[in-house]
Design a protein around this ligand. Structure first.
Ligand code: HEC
Length: 252
């Protein structure tokens, strides 16, 4: 009985992970890594320059980010803040909800905790999988988020991808066209200077890592905390060992 329920649980778990993998869309694997502060700073730079015009991140304060990522206030003011001049402010935007709905049909959601809601791998795939689709008002569609209302805002960093189709036989026996993969057909021409030396994959990876940090800023502190906890435990292990030796000396 135990064995059977155990097997059922295993089956359910593997089934769930297959589903999750299919949802990722473009099929890239991605695991967040918050250990590289320079990468997080680059991600923050991309976020404030390319996302913060439409999306807010209302739970993130500029100076909290500065403190966590080692960015001094002067640099924050000069390079990271465009809509406000108070480092204690949160990342709100001036785009009004009504206007946004008029422009895009739907308001861009706040991105503070999106990395937690969608997962890092989903986000990575989402930003990798915009492709040209003349049928859409924005001129693009997305493999991971079908018919998304967001334009391909990072086009000057990635360029444009085209969908390559394959023909398959559908359940009704008729041929159906399915997207096989995406191909870069128009690489970026004038990448901004700050991005000249990095690939689009790196840019997106840094950006997603930043968004993972933003979703749970305390994570960074937990990491450095963790190291001290391990030190403490090892230290006490040694003390306990010698204590044990001391106690047992008389018994033997
Ligand atoms: C020109 C405005 C605009 C900019 C700039 C923009 N977005 Fe969006 N974004 C949208 C809109 C509109 C939606 C809603 C799409 C929908 O629901 O169809 C959206 C949706 C999203 C979603 C899906 C959220 C969810 O969980 O449903 C993510 C993730 C996202 N954007 C990330 C980004 C990132 C990262 C950037 C910066 C690189 C960015 N966006 C820049 C307009 C924008």
């Amino acid at each position: 009985m135990m064995m059977r329920s155990f097997l059922i649980i295993i089956l359910l778990l593997t089934g769930a992970s297959v589903l999750a993998a299919e949802e990722a869309g473009a099929g890239h694997e991605f695991t967040a890594d918050l250990s590289d502060q320079a990468a997080l700073q680059r991600g923050a730079r991309t976020f404030v320059n390319y996302c913060l015009s439409c999306h807010s991140a209302a739970y993130m304060r500029f100076n909290r980010m500065g403190k966590d990522l080692g960015i001094p206030d002067v640099v924050l003011l000069e390079n990271f803040m465009f809509g406000t001049d108070k480092v204690g402010n949160t990342m709100t935007i001036s785009l009004m909800k009504d206007d946004a709905v008029r422009y895009f049909g739907v308001a861009p959601p706040d991105l503070s905790v999106t990395a937690r809601a969608r997962g890092a791998e989903w986000l990575y795939n989402y930003l990798m999988s915009f492709y040209l689709d003349p049928a859409k008002p924005t001129g693009v569609n997305n493999l991971t988020f079908k018919d998304v209302a967001m334009p391909h805002v990072l086009w000057e960093l990635q360029g444009f991808q085209q969908a390559i189709y394959v023909e398959e036989t559908g359940i009704d026996g008729l041929p159906v066209k399915k997207i096989d993969h995406l191909e870069l057909i128009a690489p970026p021409k004038n990448k901004p200077a700050a991005y000249q030396n990095e690939t689009y994959e790196q840019t997106v990876s840094d950006l997603v890592n930043f968004m993972v940090y933003m979703g749970e800023p305390i994570k960074l502190q937990r990491y450095s905390f963790g190291v001290w906890v391990i030190f403490y435990l090892v230290f006490f292990l040694i003390i306990t060992y010698f204590l044990k030796k001391e106690y047992w000396k008389d018994v033997h």
